[in-house]
Design a protein around this ligand. Structure first.
Ligand code: ADP
Ligand code: MG
Length: 347
C-alpha cells in the first residue's frame, strides 16, 4: 500500500468540524480561530519501546498518542479543537493503521477534535501529534501562578500506569507484588506447575492496571473548568514529585504533600505493599492526571467540579514558601523517594 493510499484511508475516516476551512488533502490545513479567543498549541511524540511497550495494541497506541496531547491542553485549561498526526511506520500495514485509527479517532470523537493534517513516512514506529486548543484571552492555566497558602490537588488516582509497567518488566513484577509468607513458598514451583497464587495475582493486577498505561484519560472536562478556579497546573507525565517541582520552580514557591492523602486505586492497593505503592504514586510516570494549586476559598467549587465531571479530585498538600517539594508521611517525618521521576537522557 502506497503512502497516498494510507493517507486516503486516514482522510476517509477523519471527522471534521465547522471551523475547519480546509482539512486533509492540500499542502496545509486552514482553520478559523473564533474571534476573541487564543490558540493553545502543544506537541508530543511517542516512540515504540520508549513511550509504550512493543506489544501494545495498535488501537491503544492511537489512543495514547492523542491522549497525552489532550492532557497537555487540559493542563492549560484549553478546549481541544484540532490536531495534526505525523506517523512514521516500518511497513505499509493497513490493518495496523485501521486499529491505530480506531483508538486515535475514537478519542478524537469523544472530544470533538478534528484531525486536519499530518505526515506519513516509513521508518521506526513513532507517532508525533500536535494538538490545538482554545482559551479565553488570558484564561490559560500556567505553571507559574502558584501562591503561598494555596491547596494542592490531583485528579484521579496515582501510580497505576507505573505499576502496570513494573509488572510487565520481565522478572521485575513478582518481587514487587504484595504477598504473604505462605504464597512466597509456593511461588518457587517449576514453570510446568499450574500458576501459583502469586502468578495469578500478577496476571490479575496487570489486567486491571494495564488499561491505565495504555489508555490514559485526558482530564479535559476538569481542565477546562480550572481556568477560573486554579492558580497553576500541570499534567503528571513524569511522576507527581517531578512535575510538581516544575510548578514550584516556575512559581518561586515550595510544596508540601501528605503521602497518606495521595489517591490510590483499589487495584494498586491490592497488588502492592504500602512502601512500594508510595514510590509508584509519588514518582511513577504516565498517569496523565492533573496536579494544580488553588486558593483555599475554591475548595467548595472544586468539590462541586469533581461531582459535575464524575472525576475524583483530591487535596494532597499545600504551597509554602521556599523551594522544592517535600513529602511527609503519617508521622510528619520527611519521606525521600528512591528516585524523583522519569527524565529522558538521564544516567
Ligand atoms: P506534502 O507532500 O505536500 O507535504 P503529503 O503528501 O505529505 O503532502 O500529505 C498530503 C495531505 O495529507 C496533507 O494535507 C497532509 O496534511 C495529509 N496527511 C498526510 N499524512 C497524514 C496523516 N498521517 N494524518 C493526517 N493527515 C495526513
Ligand atoms: Mg508531507
Amino acid at each position: 500500500m502506497a503512502e497516498f493510499d494510507l493517507i486516503d484511508r486516514i482522510r476517509s475516516r477523519a471527522a471534521t468540524r465547522g471551523d475547519v476551512v480546509l482539512g486533509i488533502g492540500d499542502d496545509a490545513a486552514i482553520v478559523q480561530v473564533p474571534a476573541g479567543r487564543q490558540l493553545v498549541v502543544c506537541t508530543d511524540t511517542l516512540n515504540a519501546g520508549v513511550h509504550f511497550p512493543l506489544d501494545t495494541a495498535a488501537a491503544d497506541i492511537g489512543w495514547k498518542a492523542l491522549a497525552v496531547n489532550l492532557s497537555d491542553l487540559a493542563a492549560m485549561a484549553a478546549e481541544p479543537a484540532w490536531c495534526i498526526l505525523s506517523l512514521s511506520m516500518p511497513a505499509d500495514d493497513p490493518a495496523w493503521l485501521d486499529g491505530f485509527l480506531d483508538g486515535f479517532l475514537g478519542l478524537a470523537a469523544q472530544h470533538a477534535v478534528a484531525l486536519i493534517g499530518g505526515d506519513t513516512t516509513r521508518g521506526p514506529l513513532s507517532i508525533s501529534v500536535t494538538a490545538h486548543g482554545l482559551v479565553e484571552p488570558g484564561g490559560a492555566l500556567c505553571r507559574d501562578g502558584a501562591q503561598v497558602g494555596d491547596d494542592l490537588w490531583v485528579t484521579g488516582t496515582l501510580g497505576d500506569a507505573a505499576a502496570a509497567l513494573a509488572l510487565l518488566l520481565p522478572g521485575a513484577g513478582l518481587p514487587a507484588l504484595k504477598r504473604d509468607e505462605d504464597e512466597r513458598g509456593r511461588a518457587s514451583h517449576p514453570a510446568s506447575d499450574p500458576p501459583s497464587p502469586l502468578e495469578s495475582a500478577r496476571a490479575e493486577a496487570i489486567e486491571l492496571l494495564r488499561p491505565r498505561l495504555d489508555r490514559p484519560t485526558p482530564r479535559v472536562a476538569v481542565g477546562r473548568r480550572l481556568g477560573g478556579l486554579a492558580h497553576a497546573g500541570i499534567d503528571i507525565s513524569d511522576g507527581l514529585l517531578a512535575d510538581l517541582a516544575h510548578i514550584c520552580r516556575a512559581s518561586g514557591v515550595a510544596a508540601e504533600i501528605e503521602l497518606d492523602a495521595l489517591p490510590c486505586s483499589p487495584a494498586l492497593a491490592r497488588a502492592f505493599e504500602l512502601r512500594q505503592r508510595r514510590v509508584l504514586q509519588a514518582t511513577g510516570g504516565d498517569d496523565y492526571e492533573l496536579c494544580f494549586s488553588a486558593p483555599v476559598r475554591a475548595r467548595e467549587s472544586i468539590d462541586a467540579l469533581a461531582v459535575q465531571t464524575a472525576t475524583a479530585i483530591t487535596r494532597i498538600g499545600r504551597v509554602i514558601a521556599g523551594e522544592g517539594v517535600r513529602a511527609r508521611d503519617a508521622g510528619g517525618g520527611q519521606w525521600h523517594p528512591p528516585r524523583p521521576g522519569y527524565t529522558h537522557f538521564a544516567e
